[in-house]
Design a protein around this ligand. Structure first.
Ligand SMILES: [Zn+2]
Length: 507
């Protein structure tokens, strides 16, 4: 049962530029409800505590993370989350728990979901002309989280809030179906387009509050507050281009964006002069996003043309050098997508020429080696990358990949055991890779326990339970059996907790 579909979200999200919110959830009935999905009690009966809101968000993400539009690239994810957490730390009232992910979608938009999950479209990243513009939008979304606008919207007694709650409950219910996550996506019935009209939009007051607070967060995080004003200008322009003067988006958001832009400009005028943060990394993430969102050969060619154009800039200075290097990197990345290793190498050399060292260039060099099946080279370069850029998960993943490709599973196990301890919550894929090597060396029981950890981290509890139950049948060792029993009980307890949560949605 497919509950959450990022592709659908694109259509709905484009209706409210940078305002967000859970648009896809409004499609509730169109998605079909899983068997046994709860009917909905009065919204006031639901106490939407932060923990409960988080659980609902996680349930949506169980499906969301497997959506083709979801970007699992560790560099993009690490970049967005580092930016988001830096800003969240400056939110009034303490840092909210947030998780930011990239969405493969050319529409200029970002959105907040229940529980602090924030999606940022590649179209937004590509559409910005400076890091502060991107940070401005992220700061706005963080403010929706901090101010609990979603929970506030959901507990209002409106028809759309009831629909949204029903959908959220359905997402939790779907995550509890045995085999969830192993089944191919069910055919979703998208017939009821009219339901989209009933989206739960944030009120104008909520938007203004998020603008004001986002502005403060942006400033305190040392990003240029002009970025936010420029972004609203961009949004007004994009709405204009997308829809034309008679279109719905233009009419509904254009005056608002202009108003928001001048509000920002007024605030900026009152600030003392300061120097601002601007990272090199932004340009590499932007180039990568441009390629990632090009899903067919024609779009990929256009993306490459655009980046060729950027390499031809005659600007001088260190900022221009970075932008040129990032554009060459993007061209190399696109060539690798097409498996054109010669062009990937050539463009990478251009990117490296005269540019300061960058982890993006080093990762690209390793990916070219992996594609050329030069695993020995990929291994040495990954090891060097981990030393040179400590704290970057992309090198860890590549080292494990190279070890496995070389058949060095024992080494891979030792390495991954150490790295899973280090990265625990942030890279579940490491557990999946560890299980693969454990399976290969015949550690079948442990392999299933590791897979159970992976599924549990992904929120796929029934799948985790199935792995543990299977492992239980594969061993006669009393000590391991009782260890498994403990793990099985803990997963069952979590499933029961979700069931109880569902009960609360029933009248
Ligand atoms: Zn908003």
């Amino acid at each position: 049962m497919r509950i959450f579909n990022l592709t659908t979200l694109r259509t709905a999200a484009s209706r409210c530029l940078v305002c967000l919110l859970i648009p896809a959830l409004a499609l509730a009935p169109a998605w079909g409800q899983p068997v046994g999905a709860p009917s909905l009690g009065p919204a006031s009966a639901v106490d939407l505590s932060p923990a409960l809101e988080r659980r609902l968000g996680e349930a949506i993400m169980v499906d969301g993370r497997r959506d083709p539009a979801y970007i699992s690239d560790p560099d993009i994810s690490q970049y967005l989350n580092a930016m988001g957490r830096r800003m969240a730390a400056n939110a009034p009232g303490g840092a909210p728990e947030i998780e930011i992910f990239g969405v493969r979608d050319p529409v200029l938009n970002a959105f907040a979901m229940p529980g602090g999950f924030i999606g940022v479209n590649t179209g937004l990243i590509v559409g910005t002309a400076a890091e502060s513009e991107l940070a401005g939008v992220v700061a706005h979304e963080i403010s929706h989280v901090t101010q609990r606008h979603i929970a506030r919207g959901l507990t209002q007694q409106t028809k759309s809030s009831h629909l949204l709650l029903a959908t959220l409950a359905a997402a939790v219910a779907a995550a509890l179906i045995p085999g969830a996550g192993n089944l191919a996506a069910g055919a979703a019935a998208f017939g009821q387009a009219a339901v989209m009209e009933q989206q739960l939009g944030f009120s104008r007051d909520a938007e203004q509050e998020a603008d004001r607070m986002g502005f403060e967060i942006l400033r305190k995080s040392e990003y240029d507050p002009n970025g936010m004003a420029q972004m609203f200008g961009q949004l007004a322009k994009a709405a204009n281009l997308n829809e034309g003067a008679g279109g719905g988006i233009y009419v509904s958001t254009h005056p608002l964006s202009i108003q928001r832009m001048s509000d920002m400009q007024n605030r900026i005028r009152q600030l003392p002069p300061a120097s601002y943060r601007e990272s090199d990394e932004y340009w590499f993430v932007r180039a990568k996003s441009r390629v990632i969102q090009a899903t067919d050969p024609k779009a990929l060619r256009q993306a490459v043309d655009q980046m060729q154009e950027e390499t031809r800039t005659t600007d001088t200075g260190s900022a221009a050098t970075i932008r040129r290097s990032a554009a060459w990197f993007g061209i190399s990345y696109a060539a690798l997508e097409r498996r054109d290793l010669k062009e990937a190498n050539r463009a990478l050399q251009r990117a490296e020429a005269g540019s300061p060292p960058s982890p993006y260039l080093d990762v690209q060099r390793i990916d070219i080696a992996l594609a050329a099946r030069d695993y020995a080279r990929a291994l040495t370069d990954s090891q060097a990358g981990i030393k040179r850029w400590p704290g970057r998960r992309s090198f860890v993943l590549r080292q494990a990949q190279a070890l496995q490709a070389l058949g060095k599973d024992k080494e891979a196990i030792a390495f991954l055991q150490e790295q899973t301890k280090r990265w625990m919550g942030s890279e579940p894929v490491l557990f999946q890779m560890l299980a693969k090597s454990q399976e290969r060396v015949g550690e079948t029981v442990v392999a299933r326990q590791t897979m159970a950890t992976y599924y549990s981290m992904m929120g796929m509890l029934p799948a985790a339970l199935a792995q543990l139950t299977q492992a239980r049948t594969l061993t006669q060792d009393f000590y391991i059996q009782s260890q498994l029993d403990v793990e099985i009980r803990s997963i069952r307890a979590r499933i029961d907790e979700d069931r109880r949560l569902l009960e609360r949605f029933k009248s």
